[in-house]
Ligand binder design. Structure first.
Ligand code: ADE
Ligand code: ZN
Length: 327
């Protein structure tokens, strides 16, 4: 309809997307066959039926299992290019995607296999689809500081502009940002951009740690920030971008109904909010679906939608000159 066309027509950036979370059931089946991997599912419908989560950990267990089908460089290429083809149709002009190298190296797939497959697809996405991109590698916070340091070391050949930043994801509760303060200091010394998931399930205090200890450039989720009025005011003033993921929050039961989603409150508090898809193959939709869902549930205006899209360009790691071209 009219609203969907309006959303699709606005230039926007996706700033919170885990490539492994864009693995659609159909591709999971195809890659399982291609790589001779036994899946615990017999059909696409059985896979979809398994996607019922009551919290983040429920999802992560299924997500880490799903990525087992990714084995060869071509698999990572196919995954990445399929994602880019989808979002190119939704008015996404730029993406800053995450991947979880430790989810692959821990099961014997080489860092270079994963990274080179992704980068080749990102290059083709620029050339063939006109979507610009950056790559951010995330540390799995349920693993140790030592393992994060080893991953940072292994990634060094790609810090010549191919991997532009580091993030922090996986099980939030019990793994506060402070656990990775020294790793993020080392990443900062390498001139990498810094982002972290915080305040998705964890308390506002974890957001404060991500800001003050990790000194992040952008905050992933951050929904629970508004439970702390002082912190909210500080972050409104600083202008740091929040990468909010509405359908993810609904599927992982951060909100019980989209009408309860804090996005509107966050915007009203002056936070620089963006809308993103997180793990679209698992949560029921890509960018446009996320925009549609919050727009309808929270009765957002077209002006609100335009602000959210503008925020995504402004909150990206593009240069000022590149941002101006998209605004
Ligand atoms: N890994 C993939 N998606 C995630 C999410 N929403 N939160 C934490 N870790 C993740
Ligand atoms: Zn995420």
């Amino acid at each position: 309809g009219d609203l969907k066309n309006f959303i699709n027509a606005l230039p926007k950036a996706e700033l919170h997307l885990h490539l492994e979370g864009s693995l659609e059931p159909e591709m999971m089946m195809k890659l399982a066959t291609r790589n001779n991997i036994k899946l615990p599912y017999q059909s696409v419908d059985e896979i979809k039926d398994a996607y019922n989560f009551s919290n983040l950990q429920d999802f992560l267990d299924i997500y880490y299992q799903g990525m087992n089908v990714l084995q060869m460089e071509q698999d990572f290429y196919d995954l990445t290019f399929a994602y880019l083809e989808k979002i190119a149709k939704e008015g996404v002009v730029h993406v800053e995607v995450f991947y979880d190298p430790q989810g692959h190296t821990s099961r014997g797939v080489a860092f270079s296999t994963v990274t080179n497959g992704i980068l080749r697809a990102l290059d083709d996405g620029q050339e063939k689809l006109g979507v610009s991109s950056e790559l951010i590698m995330s540390f799995l916070r349920h693993l140790s500081e030592e393992e994060a340091f080893a991953t940072l070391e292994e990634a060094k050949p790609w810090f010549d502009g191919r991997i532009i930043g580091v993030g922090l994801d996986s099980s939030e509760m019990g793994h506060p940002p402070s656990k990775f303060e020294r790793v993020f200091n080392a990443a900062r010394d390498l001139d990498l951009k810094l982002v972290a998931h915080a305040g998705e399930e964890g308390p506002a205090e974890y957001v404060r740690e991500a800001i003050e200890l990790l000194m992040i450039d952008r905050l992933d989720h951050g929904n629970r920030t508004i439970e702390d009025a002082d912190l909210t005011q500080e972050l409104a003033k600083s202008g740091i971008a929040f990468t909010v993921c509405p359908l993810s929050n609904l599927k992982l039961c951060g909100v019980t109904d989209m009408k309860e989603h804090p996005l509107r409150k966050m915007m009203a508090a002056g936070l620089k909010v963006t809308v993103n898809s997180d793990d679209p193959a698992y949560f029921g939709g890509y960018m446009t679906a996320n925009f549609m869902s919050v727009t309808e549930a929270l009765e957002l205006s077209k002006d609100d939608i335009a602000v959210l899209c503008r925020n995504s360009i402004e909150g990206s790691f593009l240069t000022d000159e590149e941002k101006t071209r998209h605004l």
